[in-house]
Design a protein around this ligand. Structure first.
Ligand code: HEM
Ligand code: HEM
Length: 159
């Protein structure tokens, strides 16, 4: 088992907790639910990293094969889940800006904007890997953007 399963689970629980608290304190919900839905799609795709890390580290051949098969089955969905995550987050951002306006002093809005620019780069790097060129560099880039996304999402939840 990779530590990433634990970290992803922790981020998800934290997001759920924040979402429930935000829902309880508001009378308008759609912007909050959109944020949570986008995060769900992101974490689903990012879990690919936890699965790959486990395949690399486990000694158990049966586990390796089971995870590799599962990962292959999910791959056709990966591109659409990632793209959908970006579209949903775009709607979340638009709904938030429509409700509150653009306040550059709000860390919540700033970290959100930063995370969504990062998500766009992540999605574009994925399509680039798939359609144009796939090598160690594009793979590292895609992975690095995924990792940055994880950190920025945590910051967005923190503020
Ligand atoms: C376009 C950029 C973004 C902006 C302007 C933005 C802004 C905000 C704001 C102001 C809230 C608080 C809403 C409230 O309590 O009324 C919020 C909540 C939330 N956002 Fe974002 N966000 C953005 C991007 C993201 C991204 C990239 C993610 C995750 C992948 C995300 C996930 C969430 C979640 C789960 C909540 C609900 C929980 C909480 O209030 O902490 N948002 N966002
Ligand atoms: C939420 C957005 C996304 C996340 C978090 C994400 C995450 C990941 C992760 C963790 C891997 C495994 C990396 C490794 O260890 O090798 C991966 C691989 C891959 N992803 Fe994504 N991805 C996202 C969106 C996309 C999109 C939209 C595409 C579009 C086609 C895509 C295409 C690929 C491809 C082709 C691979 C396998 C080859 C490679 O590693 O470069 N991804 N992704």
């Amino acid at each position: 088992m990779s530590i990433w399963f634990f970290l992803n689970g922790a981020l998800l629980l934290w997001a759920l907790w924040n979402t429930v608290q935000s829902l309880a304190g508001h009378s308008v919900y759609h912007h909050i639910l959109l944020g949570f839905a986008g995060l769900l799609f992101f974490i689903f795709n990012w879990t690919r990293n936890a699965v790959f890390a486990t395949i690399r580290s486990t000694e158990d051949r049966a586990v390796k094969i089971r995870l590799a098969r599962m990962s292959k089955k999910i791959m056709p969905w990966h591109r659409w889940v990632g793209t959908l995550s970006f579209i949903i987050i775009l709607l979340h951002g638009a709904a938030v800006l429509h409700l509150y306006g653009f306040n550059p002093g709000s860390m919540k809005i700033l970290t959100g904007l930063l995370a969504s620019v990062n998500l766009l780069a992540l999605v574009l790097s994925g399509w680039y890997s798939l359609l144009i060129r796939h090598n160690l560099r594009t793979r590292r880039l895609h992975f690095g953007l995924g990792l940055t996304m994880f950190i920025l999402t945590a910051l967005h939840l923190f503020f």
